[in-house]
Design a protein around this ligand. Structure first.
Ligand code: OAD
Length: 233
């Protein structure tokens, strides 16, 4: 039997049950900061110490939490399906749960990048990135995060994966941030689309659309059971 390809678009909601707060449930403030102060090139130019400290705290927090049932259900799907996860999350909880094909649209918390040459990307071990931490060419390192107003380099690859999906699953995203939110428009007609969210975002009607109003852990389990019943012998 030919393995079906499941493409998943995940957002902050999938990590909420691990204890990482979502963005839009916190009034546009991230840990008390204006988003543009800590997640924009202008913010970085104004106050790099503040930006580094902000991401250091988020890294520290990410190290203290664990993948939840939702992440594990997605990882387990790989046993019978080809699974590609396109995540807007910068944490590494999908990987820690065992998912092997993860595309990070908005960058990765545990990587740094040269401010001189964007191709120089490094792993961060531990939680700190500081002023004075430099790339091999001697330039300051910054978080490897896509900030507001910056290009989304992984978008092209994400679109390619979405156009070849047999099944598309959206979980835990308010679908308010583009270009990520536009990925659903690349899903082929008649491909089953499942959207899981306890607070359902607005989506255009389409055929084969299933809206599952539930937390990620519950909704993903339901979808996994449906897919097993439908596609596995
Ligand atoms: P949001 O905070 O905008 O949306 C989180 C979604 O998760 C909402 O629709 C919630 O209803 C839902 N949610 C809450 N608890 C949940 C649970 N237990 N299970 C499932 N869903 C739950 O987060 P994103 O859509 O991921 O960008 O935000 C997109 C981007 O906006 C982020 O990647 C970030 C931010 O600006 C960057 O950092 C570049």
């Amino acid at each position: 039997m030919v393995r079906k390809k499941i493409v998943v678009l995940s957002g902050a909601g999938v990590s909420a049950e691990s204890g990482i707060p979502t963005f839009r449930d916190s009034n546009g403030l991230w840990e008390g900061h204006d988003v543009m102060d800590v997640a924009s090139p202008e913010g970085w130019r104004r106050n790099p110490e503040l930006v580094l400290d902000f991401y250091n705290q988020r890294r520290k927090n990410a190290l203290s939490v664990h993948p939840n049932q939702g992440h594990s259900t997605l990882a387990d799907l790989e046993e019978h399906f080809d699974v590609i996860i396109i995540t807007q999350n910068v944490d590494n909880l999908h990987e820690r749960a065992g998912s092997t094909n993860v595309i990070h649209l908005h960058g990765e918390l545990f990587k740094s990048r040269s401010t001189l040459d964007h191709r120089l990307i490094y792993d961060i071990s531990g939680w700190e990135l500081n002023i004075g931490d430099k790339c091999e060419k001697g330039a300051q390192l910054r978080p490897h995060i896509v900030w507001f107003g910056e290009m989304v380099p992984m978008m092209e690859l994400a679109v390619k994966e979405v156009t070849t999906a047999d099944i598309f699953v959206v979980v835990g995203t308010s679908l308010q941030v583009y270009p990520a939110a536009g990925l659903i428009d690349y899903v082929s007609r008649n491909v089953p689309v499942y959207i899981i969210d306890p607070n359902m975002p607005e989506v255009a009607p389409r055929t084969n659309l299933s809206l599952i109003e539930a937390p990620g852990s519950v909704g993903l389990k339901q979808v996994a059971e449906e897919l097993a019943a439908k596609y596995l012998p």
